[in-house]
Structure formats: C-alpha cells, structure tokens
Design a binder for this molecule. Structure first.
Ligand code: ZN
Length: 371
C-alpha cells in the first residue's frame, strides 16, 4: 500500500522545536525543578523517588511526570510568527515558569491550549493597510497580522517611524485596504500595491517593493504546493514545446558568474508554480537552487527564478526527463517522478527513479516502473 503522506520540507519549524525541547529537557534547571518536587516521604515500590504533580498534588514515579511551562512556550501566537529567538527564549525560561505535572494533567493542559490556539488562529487576520500622514499626505503601505483590527498599528517602515516621531501619532491615520485570512494572500496583495514606481514616487514612506517581506511557513508552502502542483508543468506550461531562439540560448550560456550582493544566494527567489517568494535563495533552505534557476531545472518539484532581473530560461523537468511512472503495487500512474514522490511523501523522485532503473529494489515500500 502506498501511504499518501505530505512531504516534509526542511527546515521544518516543528521538528526544530522538538529538538530544542529535547535539549532543554536535559538542562540542569529542569533537574532542579524536578528535584524540588520530590515527595518528602513517599517512595515507589522499589524505593524510587516520587514527584508531586503541581496540579492534582498526587505523587508519581519519574517516568510519569513531565516538566511544564506555566506560560506556554508558543502561547497563542501562530507558530509562523514565532522566531527561533523567541522560541529559545520562551523555552529556556526562568525556573519560576516551570512546574512538574503528571502525564494526565499535562495532556489535559496541552489539549486545552491546542483548542485555544485553533480558535485564536481562526480569529487571526492579515490585512494590507495604508497609513497616511495628514499633514503632508505621504503614505505607507504594509501588511499586518492581528486579531484586533483596531490595534492602532501604523506600520514599521524606517521612514514612517521617523515621520511619526516628527509629526506625532495623532497626525497619522490608517486605512485597511484589504483583509485576508492568509498571510500569503496578504503579501501577494501588498506586492501588487507596493510597486517599484510607488517606492520611487516620493509619495510613499516605503523603501522597498511589497510582497518580499513574507517568509512562508513550511506548512503553508506545502499547502500552496499541493493545490498548485502540476498546474504549470508540462503541457500546461506556457512554454511547453517551445524553445528559445539561438540568440537567447547564447545569452543564457554566456551569463557571467555573479559575486557579492549580486550572488544568487543573496537575491530574492520566487517559485514559478506557486509564486511564493523567499528573501534570499539561501533562506529557502534548498541547496542547488542557483543552478536550478540557471538551468531551468526543477528543484523539490518546482521551477524557480529570481524576483528581480531574472533571465528567462527554458523550464525543464528534472533528469531523466518527463517520464510517467507507475507504482507496481497499487497500479497508480504518476506523470513524473517528482509527482510520484510528492504523492508518497518523498521530497525527491530520485529513489523512485532508481527503482525504475533497477538500481534499487523499492522506494517507500513499493516497486516502481517507467510507463
Ligand atoms: Zn496531575
């Protein structure tokens, strides 16, 4: 049976969070808190220590108690808004914020927190706003995420902040232009509304084009990828079946290698299929992005390009070409190795390809063949 599983894209925040939690559990402060909760007289059957749960006040053996953050590590803020800095600070907190809970009490607390977070997430909105200086009419456009639309947030642009200091908060008014339930859509809108011509017009406090500020969370990337997978590849790609003229191809080939701030790794990249934007190629966490962009080949199932000054290249499917594959065990046919890989929860099609070429016996527990 082929298990349909979402591919995990790295770096995955929850996985890193888990690793940090494990590290934290081995710190002296945790041992200290545990020691402090040892029952003065009560012992286990074999004479082992018993720890008192801060909630139900019962004593339990060490394996049945857990260290709990009284104020939760990620609180109610959606995970995607939590920086690693914040995560570490909250996790490695002073011992006053730590308590010993039995498994039952801890599970209960976690469950309640999860429900609350879910509710909170529903209330969380993202909007594109415009802040206007009432004195000189100069404006600022940005994206803001919050629960309370009247939170008084005016914006965080450097020039805007200076202006607020100079003219006073009372001389600024904020208008909400668009409200979105997804951060990504809000940034797409911002991209439309904060163009280079606006930045250069002198009528706005914005210093850079919109849209790039948003790094997408991994789960959202996966979601976006899932819904848009395959919409721009093969026959559906506007460039399908076309080739570049000899001249364009020569230009592509003759491109110089770039260094410094022009280096590919320092430039914003965009996924051709999903339109998702990353501040820098390196912030995507993918290796080989620059060469994939240069050659027009796929990386992690997608084509990529630079947001600015991207040189058009012919988009290709990754080697060994665009060959449909069949899962022998289920009979399911996929249009490409990548497609098959995505469907069974592999990040790359190479293992499945190896099975098809007889180099490997199975991939994800299944036998595969090229159709
Ligand atoms: Zn308890």
């Amino acid at each position: 049976m082929v298990k349909k599983k979402k591919p995990i894209l790295y770096p995955n925040k929850s996985i890193i969070k888990g690793a940090l939690r494990r590290t934290f559990s081995r710190t002296p402060i945790v041992r200290e808190v545990l020691e402090a909760s040892v029952h003065p007289t009560k012992k286990g059957i074999r004479g082992g220590k018993q720890y008192v749960c801060a909630k139900c006040n019962e004593a339990f053996p060490g394996k049945n108690v857990q260290i709990d953050h009284i104020k939760d590590v990620i609180d109610l803020i959606p995970m995607k808004h939590i920086s690693y800095d914040m995560l570490v600070t909250n996790l490695f907190c002073p011992k006053e914020n730590l308590q010993v809970l039995c498994k039952t009490c801890h599970d209960e607390k976690t469950k309640v927190a999860r429900e609350l977070r879910k509710e909170f997430k529903k209330l969380f909105k993202y909007f594109v706003y415009e802040t206007r200086n009432k004195v000189n009419g100069k404006r600022y456009r940005g994206v803001h995420g919050c629960v309370d639309l009247d939170d008084g947030y005016l914006g965080s642009g450097v020039l805007l902040k200076k202006a607020i200091k100079k003219y006073g908060v009372e001389n600024f008014e904020r208008t909400i232009l668009f409200i979105h339930t997804s951060r990504e859509l809000a940034y797409l809108k911002e991209k439309e509304l904060v163009t280079m011509s606006i930045v250069k017009s002198g009528e706005f406090y914005n210093l850079k084009e919109g849209g790039i500020g948003g790094e997408l969370s991994e789960s959202t990337k996966t979601k976006i990828s899932k819904t848009k997978t395959g919409t721009m590849i093969g026959e559906n790609n506007p460039h399908y079946g076309k080739t570049h003229s000899e001249e364009v191809r020569r230009k592509i080939g003759d491109r110089p290698y770039l260094t410094g701030k022009d280096h590919p790794a320092a430039k914003s990249v965009e996924c051709v299929e999903t339109g998702e934007i990353s501040d820098t190629a390196s912030s995507t966490g993918y290796t080989g992005l620059a060469s994939a962009i240069k050659n027009g080949t796929m990386l992690h199932g997608y084509h990529w390009r630079y947001v600015e000054n991207h040189i058009p290249v012919e988009l290709k499917d990754t080697k060994p070409g665009f060959r449909p594959v069949r899962c022998i065990d289920t009979g399911e046919v996929f249009k490409s190795l990548t497609d098959a890989a995505n469907n069974v929860g592999l990040t790359q099609g190479s293992k499945i390809g190896d099975v098809c070429r007889g180099i490997r016996k199975t991939a994800k527990g299944c036998k595969w063949e090229f159709v």
